[in-house]
Structure formats: structure tokens, C-alpha cells
Design a protein around this ligand. Sequence first.
Ligand code: FAD
Length: 411
Amino acid sequence: MSNERAMVIVGAGHAGASAAIALREGGWRGRIVLIGDENMLPYERPPLSKAILVEEMEPGPTLLVTTERMAELGIDHLLGRNVQSIDRSAHTITLSEGAKWPYERLLLATGARPRKLSIPAAPACRMTTLRTYAEALAIRRIIDARCKVVVIGGGFIGLEVAASASSKGASVTVLEAGPRLLMRAVPAPMADLIKAKHERSGVRVETGAMIECINAIEGQSEIVLSGGRAFLADLVVVGVGAVPNVQLAQAVGLAVDNGIILDHTLASSDPDIFAAGDCCSFPHPLYGDRIRLEAWRNAQRQGAVAAANMLGANRTYDDVPWFWSDQYDQTLQIAGLYRKEHGEVRRNLGAKGQLFFYLAGDGRLMAACGLGSLGTIAKEIRIAEKMIGRRLAPEAEALQDPAIDIKSLLI
Ligand code: FAD
């Protein structure tokens, strides 16, 4: 066990890698130890359901940092190593093989894991979730024009897999238990547009689909719905949400409730332990609530802000939530968080796309959601994001009118 002062990061995903870099760039001169249980350099997950599944040549992972950069920054990356426990009073963590590392401050960037299906499935069924590069490669090797794919769950990951598989010619069915797609994060009219896009591309979408059991029949899976209808699949991809990895935090008595509970600086209930990314629940000044996000930009930014605060910056994390997804040739982008009680305004940009804005009772813009061509949607959502961050209350009529440049409302 080295006695050099060390910042230790558990989880070498997006938030962890971002924090490790920010710690060094922020002036930390002691040791930085980044520990991850995957046997790879930190990589981005969004391409797993997109480019990796469809690109002609087998693509490699999109690395967040190279070995050379890691060496240049003096980051000790322990890969393929699992952190088993934390000792808060001794300020140490213990790896599964027993080695102990002391920490001055600790960052938990443990991410989330796919939620398991609570439905009995025969062991012989070819079923997978999608969180890791290895799982993406396994899916990629199976999907082709002869393949029948059933996606269980109509959330972002399931729908991106459906779009990717169908663009490779596979016959795809999406089974969603809820009354519509994308129940958690996307307003109903936008979810309807996305459903229509999938159906135009030949994907069968079944909502209200309650699965009773999954049987193995001659090399295929048979997914049986309550009521008796059944679907055959060569591959079943399960995308029914993710669960935050909070076991380490919970075991040492840190406050946890759908994520590690943090304050506005991303510190946990122990001031020497911070958290960032998918595993944490934090208060958001714009929404007055505690939220947990599973989003690329959030992991990146929270890693950087947590690192600054581990060095004493006392910065509030108040970024406007932002998320994107690719659906075929279109981008879906969401800024802010919408609630059912918000007033809805539609901005119809014709062939370039559709936008929905969500206004609070006092007229403040709280969320915006756009689907369409990347150039147009990215620009409009960027402006909306600024309006949300500045707590502006644009006129609904102006938002609605595509002839009015949205930039002119940013005053
Ligand atoms: P992770 O990237 O999951 O990293 C956590 C790491 O910690 C993992 O490697 C895990 O194995 C490791 N770990 C956990 N416990 C331990 C332990 N005890 N010891 C050692 N290591 C441990 N977001 C978007 O905004 N847009 C998208 O289009 C989009 N697409 C996505 C597609 C897919 C298929 C997936 C899975 C996610 C997608 N996301 C997208 C979400 C985004 O990738 C995540 O929000 C982001 O990766 C979260 O980063 P993280 O560092 O919090 O967690």
C-alpha cells in the first residue's frame, strides 16, 4: 500500500475517465488511481447501439483516452479490477484480490447495469442486454437479413437496436409493456412520431405487450404474450432500463435512494466521497427535485465538476440536462426535463423536423424535444437549452411560429 496522497476513482467509464483527466488538468499533483472492472481502456457507450451494430467493417471501441495520454497525465489505470469494499474511517478501498489503496478523496463512478427481466426464460434462449462493447460485438455478429430480432422494451437502447437491426435487413419486433414507447423521458406526441418512423421502416411495434414466458424451440426463442400470441426470435435483446450501481456506497452506509445521494457539489453524505454519472442522484436547481440521469453529457460534465470539487472548488452542478438518440437518419434531442403538467407548444419545421416545447405555469421554458435532421435540431435545441438555463419565459406564439428565428427569443 503506497503512502503517496491519492485521488481514487472507482469505475473507469465516462464519468470516471473524465474525472481522472480533470483532476490532473485541475492541478492535482499526487497520485490518480482509476480502477475499472472492464478489461479495456475507458470507452463511449452511445456507439454500441448505433455505429458498432451497422458499420461495414468491424469497428473498434470509441476510446475516451488512450494509453499514451493516460501515461502523459500520470494516471494509474487498473483495468479488469473490481473494488470490493470501502473503509471510510481508514480511507482505503480494497480490490477483489485483497490489495488495498488509500485515498484522500474517493469518486464513485460505478455507472448502472441493465435491469433484469423478471420473466422466466428457458436457459437455451439467445438473449442479451446491451451495456458493454463485448455485448455490442455479440449482437453485431448475429444480426443480418435472415435474422429475426425481438427487442423487449421500447426505451432508447431498445429502439436504437431495433433501428440498427432493421437497417441491416433483420426482421424486428419491439415488445413494450407500457401503453406507448419511451414512457420515461419523451413526451407522447414525440414518441408517436418515433413509433411511426419505426413502422415505416418495417419494424413491428407492440405496446401493452405483457410477456408471460420465453421458451426455447429448435434454436429459436418463442416469446409468449399473455393472451397467447407468440413471436419467434433468433435473438432477443432486453432493454428494460438500468439500475444504478450503488452496492459499494450502500455497504458503507452512504445515503442511497435510486442512486447515491449527493449535494449540489456532487459530494455524498461523506464529504470525502463524491459520485458522478449514472450511479448518482443529485439536486437540480432548475427542477427543485433530486434527479438521476443516464446520459453521455451528464457523465462527462459531472466527472469534471466532481473532480474540481474534490480539489476544493465548491462548484454547483447545474447543467441543463441534455440527451440525444439516433433513430435511423434522424436525431432526437432533449434539453431539460418535461412534466405532464407543463403546457405544450409545437413548432413544425416541415421536412427538417418537429419540436415540442414545455412551459411551466409561470411561462418559463422547462424542456424542449426535437426530432429531425441533425443540423436543424441541434441548433434549435442548443438555443432552447440556453433559454432553459437562463430561466427565460418565451412567448408560446413565437416558439410555435417557424418563421420566427428561435435565436431572436434568447434575450
Ligand atoms: P459507465 O459508463 O457505465 O461506467 C461505469 C464503469 O464502472 C463500468 O465500466 C463498470 O463496469 C465499472 N464498475 C462498476 N462497479 C465497479 C467496481 N466495484 N469496481 C470496478 N469497476 C466498477 N447517452 C446519451 O446521452 N445518448 C445516447 O445516444 C446514449 N446511448 C447509449 C447507448 C448504450 C448502448 C448505452 C449502454 C448507454 C447510452 N447512453 C447514451 C448513456 C451513456 O452512455 C451513459 O450515461 C454513460 O456511459 C454513463 O457513464 P458512467 O461513467 O456513469 O457509467
